[in-house]
Design a protein around this ligand. Structure first.
Ligand code: DX5
Ligand code: ZN
Length: 217
């Protein structure tokens, strides 16, 4: 089963509660929360307070994508606020193994994200310890960017690695996903699709989600 994870980054920030409800009733599987610090990425978004406020109003799985330097400093706070999965960028931590253990010790799922230019081999010695790999299909920082096609080969290679090792690991793709690009990444082996502008950019959230689902059915 392919999961759809709408990214809150493209929502109307003046009414986040209603925006989350709109995608929950429209059939979203996860809620993707983009945390940006203005250092690792040029943009600044929101922190654990916003997760905590929304968690009270949603049963969605809180998929938390940390695009911040020094992630270890904030993992505990995001877990307390309601994160169900914490994904860190391999580029942000010199002790990736320790960071993963830190996330798992708090009882939530652990993911590792790679920028478009970061090779898969950084995962070699941690792949058996994680629940999800997030391959960025844009350079992180903003919604509404163009899908970078070289990620398709990267998904194929990751899928091969996962199958060879017989691992139970999700492949999540983030950036430029819409009804044109979704079939490409699903075909290559992705099973969690993040979409921001392709969902929140449309009034009818149900139709937007259904259109993406239909594109690879
Ligand atoms: C980008 C974020 C994405 C972003 C995707 O740095 O990690 O989650 O919201 O937005 P779209 O789907 O519009 O490319
Ligand atoms: Zn994201």
């Amino acid at each position: 089963m392919i999961k759809i994870a709408p990214s809150l980054l493209s929502a109307d920030f003046s009414c986040l509660k209603e925006e989350v409800e709109s995608i929950e009733t429209a059939g979203a599987d996860w809620l993707h929360l983009d945390i940006m610090d203005g250092h690792f990425v040029p943009n600044i978004t929101f922190g654990p307070l916003v997760l905590k406020a929304l968690k009270k109003h949603s049963n969605l799985f809180f998929d938390t994508h940390l695009m911040i330097e020094n992630p270890d400093k904030y993992i505990q706070e995001f877990v307390s606020a309601g994160a169900d999965l914490i994904t860190v960028h391999a580029e942000t931590t010199p002790h990736l193994h320790r960071t993963i253990q830190n996330i798992k010790s708090l009882g939530v799922k652990a993911g590792v994200s790679l920028n478009p230019s970061t090779p898969l081999n950084v995962l070699e010695y941690v792949i058996e310890d994680i629940d999800l790999v997030l391959l960025m299909s844009v350079n992180p920082g903003f919604g509404g960017q163009k899908f970078i096609r070289s990620v398709v080969c990267k998904i194929n290679a990751l899928k091969k690695l996962i199958d060879e090792k017989n691992l139970n690991l999700s492949i999540q793709i983030d950036g430029g996903i819409n009804k044109e690009t979704a079939p490409l990444v699903v075909e290559a082996g992705a099973d969690v699709l993040v979409a921001g502008s392709a969902i929140f950019g449309h009034e009818n959230r149900k139709k937007a989600i259904d259109d993406i689902k239909k594109s690879y059915a």
